[in-house]
Write a new protein. Structure first.
Length: 289
């Protein structure tokens, strides 16, 4: 019984195996970036950047149809352009970065949906917005695994300044010239992983696999290393459970994965030992020596 429910879908169907491998690659590459987004209080920035890649992906779709390469290049260009424009507007005007990102992301979302709607139909629009994780092919898997590898190596190189910027950004600016470079390199990693997640989970769902597992892990771990490890584990388990729910109950795969991650967050919020509601309601009592 357990074999038929948990294992057989992946042994019998290649598209399920490819979907699982793709989700694991996204979990390994994108979720650690989401942990740093959360620690830097930039979680909503990830949502804005996810919508920012849509016009570029839509232009790639307009030029070459559902071409993996064209949509990837277009999404990367659009995402980086919005990140740089938002930073430029913040530095030359009185507008804060979150407000400029919000403005650009709303414009990007409207432009992207308009482009896809005029060239394609409702099916194409739903595919762009919500992804098709069950339709991943070998080329898409290679792309996702490549993005995950680049992301891990880049995070390893930037780990110390990223941690320091999370703890005390003013100190990093005062003692090192790496602050601006670290910030924009990190934004590039956000864009890279959102473009990768876009191919599997769509524009609107890609940021969910970055933020929700990291938010859930926050209630189970204290150190940054343990937090990242717990977030990756939650993302992988959510992907596995979401794919199985999608297979057995004919649910859309991307939303199912994100809903499982949301359930993990809700359970962690209640039962997590590090700041969870149950822990606050029933604090531990320590024996005095």
């Amino acid at each position: 019984m357990m074999w038929e429910v948990l294992v057989q879908p992946f042994t019998d169907f290649g598209f399920m195996r490819r979907a699982l491998i793709g989700c694991i690659a996204i979990s390994v590459g994108a979720t650690p970036v989401g942990a740093f987004l959360m620690l830097r209080r930039m979680s909503l920035t990830g949502d804005a950047m996810a919508c920012a890649i849509l016009p570029g992906a839509a232009v790639g779709y307009l030029v070459a149809g559902l071409s993996l390469g064209a949509m990837t290049v277009g999404g990367l260009i659009a995402g980086m352009a919005v990140a740089l424009l938002a930073g430029f507007v913040t530095r030359v005007t009185a507008l804060r970065e979150d407000a400029s990102l919000a403005a650009f992301y709303l414009i990007s979302l409207a432009v992207g949906v308009l482009i896809v709607s005029t060239r394609g139909g409702n099916v194409d629009l739903m595919r762009v917005l919500f992804g098709t994780v069950l339709a991943l092919d070998d080329a898409a898997l290679i792309l996702l695994c490549s993005f995950a590898s680049v992301s891990l190596f880049a995070l390893a190189a930037l780990f110390r300044p990223l941690v320091l910027e999370c703890a005390d950004p003013q100190f990093l600016r005062s003692v090192s010239g790496l602050s601006a470079m670290t910030h924009f390199a990190f934004l590039a990693l956000v864009v890279l992983n959102l473009v990768g997640g876009f191919h599997a989970l769509g524009t609107l769902m890609a940021v969910g696999i970055m933020i929700l597992p990291a938010a859930a892990a926050r209630f189970w771990a204290v150190g940054i290393g343990a937090l990242i490890a717990a977030a990756v584990a939650v993302a992988m388990l959510s992907s596995l459970a979401g794919l199985l729910l999608s297979y057995h109950f004919s649910l859309p795969s991307g939303p199912a994965i994100i809903l499982v991650a949301g359930l993990a967050y809700a359970l962690s919020l209640v039962f997590g030992p590090v700041g969870g509601l149950a822990g606050r309601a029933f604090p531990r009592r320590y024996l005095e020596a």
